[in-house]
Design a binder for this molecule. Sequence first.
Ligand code: GRF
Length: 200
Amino acid sequence: MRNIVLLISGGGSNMAAVVAAAQREDWPATLGARIAGVISNRADAGGLAVARQAGLVTATIDHKNYTEREAFDTALAQQIAQWDERADLPALVLLAGFMRIVSPAFVAQHQGRLLNIHPSLLPAFPGLHTHQRAIDAGCRFAGATVHEVSAELDHGPILGQVVVPVLPGDTAALLAARVLTQEHLLYPRVVKAFLRRPIG
Ligand code: GRF
């Protein structure tokens, strides 16, 4: 079985959407995978309780306990690897509202099996405050992207996107809510397609 591990920092609604779709449709098992657990860098992340309610194992690795980013990432990688059933089949790692920049070493270690969801139509608006920036730029459309994580923040091969309209009078909050609803459909769809790919 190939593990899927989700990394969160907050409410974890994308994580919950992936877990719910996986449980409802049972696709991890049919594609030789299982959702192994959820890791948060914050003990107070609301998503941890949601994950436990869904029957998942959780772990907290608090970034504040580490002075160096690399040491935090090493602890993260160790937790992910600890759940692996087979060393030759390392986990698919999904960043889902994970608000830490991962180090180049972590990216290299998980290359090709580390995905992120970003609330913009990349390559437009990498980084933070994407919805306000899209409104300020006069965009008529916004959206979200699932991409492979590369060394450069919010770059890497695009695996899937979803588009929503920017409506007259939109605020960042209104647009974010419209995009988030679609993120919840996009992420499970992309993960499922990713697992269908041959490994290696
Ligand atoms: C989402 O828009 C996600 O794309 C971004 O953080 C937001 C919150 O996600 N990275 P979640 O509810 O914690 O999944």
